[in-house]
Design a protein around this ligand. Structure first.
Ligand SMILES: C[S@@+](CC[C@H](N)C(=O)[O-])C[C@H]1O[C@@H](n2cnc3c(N)ncnc32)[C@H](O)[C@@H]1O
Length: 258
C-alpha cells in the first residue's frame, strides 16, 4: 500500500549532497546521452534541462556555447545550480518551475530531462502535462531527450534499503513500491555530522512510471512525431544496481509543421 504523499518539499537535503552521492551514475548517464544525441548536439543553439538539479548538464551546454536554461521545482536545487554556474563562469538561466507547466522566454532547440527527473511528477497523468509543456517550449523540429525508470526498475530496485556513506554524511534509503499502480517511494534518513554529534533529517522522494506505449501516446498527443528509444542495457556492463530493462532513454522530435 502506498503511504500518503509527503507534505514537505523534496530535494532539500538531497540537493546539498546530490553531486557527492550520485557521482557514480554520471559516467554511464553521460555515455547514454552522448550516444543518443550524437552529432546532433553540435547543431543545437539553445537548450533547457528540465529537473536540472544542481545544473551540471545546463552548465555543460553553456560551456559548449549553447544558450542554456535549467528548470527545477526545488528551491534548494535552483540556488545550487545558479551558484555552480556562477562558479563555472558561464551564463545559465535557472527558472524555478514545475516541468508540467513551465515557460521559457524563447523556444529552444533541445530539451533534456535526465536521471529519472520525469518519474518525479506526482501522478501518472503528469506525463501528458510534461509532454505538452515540452512541446510548447521547443521550436518545430526541436528534440526532447529524457530517460525514465521502468516498471521493472520499481519491482527490482525500489524494494531494498540502500546505505550510502561519505565523510560527514550517512544516508539510509528505505525504498518501497506499489508495482500494480506504477509508483515507488524512498524514505530517506539523513545523518549529518555536526561537530561530534550527528543530526537526523527525514526526506521522501516519490516516483511514478509508465509503459513504453503510454509514453509514446503522450508524446504523439503533444505533437512529437519521430520517437526513438534505447534500453539502458546498451550503456551499462555489470552495474551493481542497474540492469537491462531498468531504464529507457527517449529522443522525440517535435513535428516540423507545428
Ligand atoms: C533525480 S534528480 C535529477 C537531477 C538532474 N537531472 C541530474 O541529471 O542530476 C530529479 C530532479 O527533478 C526535480 N523535480 C522533481 N519534480 C519536478 C517537477 N515537477 N518539475 C521540475 N523539477 C522537478 C528535483 O527537484 C530534482 O532536482
Amino acid at each position: 500500500m502506498r503511504p500518503a504523499r509527503a507534505d514537505f518539499p523534496p530535494y532539500r537535503w538531497l540537493a546539498l549532497y546530490y553531486d557527492r552521492l550520485l557521482a557514480g551514475h554520471v559516467p554511464w548517464m553521460d555515455n547514454a546521452r552522448k550516444h543518443v544525441l550524437g552529432k546532433f548536439i553540435d547543431k543545437v543553439e539553445s537548450a533547457c534541462d528540465l529537473g536540472c538539479g544542481t545544473g551540471t548538464l545546463a552548465i555543460e551546454f553553456a560551456r559548449k556555447g549553447i544558450k542554456a536554461y535549467g528548470v527545477d521545482l526545488s528551491p534548494a536545487m535552483c540556488r545550487l545550480a545558479r551558484a555552480k554556474a556562477r562558479e563555472a563562469g558561464v551564463k545559465v538561466r535557472i527558472v524555478r518551475a514545475d516541468m508540467r507547466g513551465f515557460e521559457l522566454p524563447e523556444p529552444v532547440d533541445l530539451l533534456t530531462c535526465q536521471a529519472d527527473a520525469l518519474n518525479h511528477v506526482p501522478s501518472k497523468a503528469g506525463l501528458v502535462q510534461v509532454a505538452r509543456a515540452a512541446s510548447g517550449a521547443l521550436r518545430p523540429g526541436g528534440h526532447f531527450y529524457f530517460d525514465v525508470n521502468t516498471r521493472l526498475a520499481f519491482k527490482e530496485c525500489w524494494t531494498h534499503t540502500w546505505w550510502l556513506e561519505e565523510p560527514g554524511v550517512v544516508v539510509a534509503m528505505r525504498n518501497g513500491n506499489d508495482y500494480a499502480h506504477d509508483c515507488a517511494w524512498s524514505d530517506i534518513e539523513w545523518f549529518i555530522q555536526e561537530g561530534q554529534l550527528w543530526r537526523r533529517h527525514h526526506e521522501r522522494v516519490e516516483e511514478v512510471c509508465w509503459s513504453g506505449a503510454e509514453i509514446r501516446r503522450a508524446l504523439r498527443g503533444a505533437g512529437f512525431d519521430r520517437i526513438r528509444a534505447w534500453d539502458v542495457g546498451r550503456f551499462i556492463k555489470d552495474h551493481p544496481i542497474v540492469r537491462p530493462g531498468h531504464r529507457t532513454f527517449y529522443l522525440a522530435r517535435k513535428r516540423k509543421g507545428l
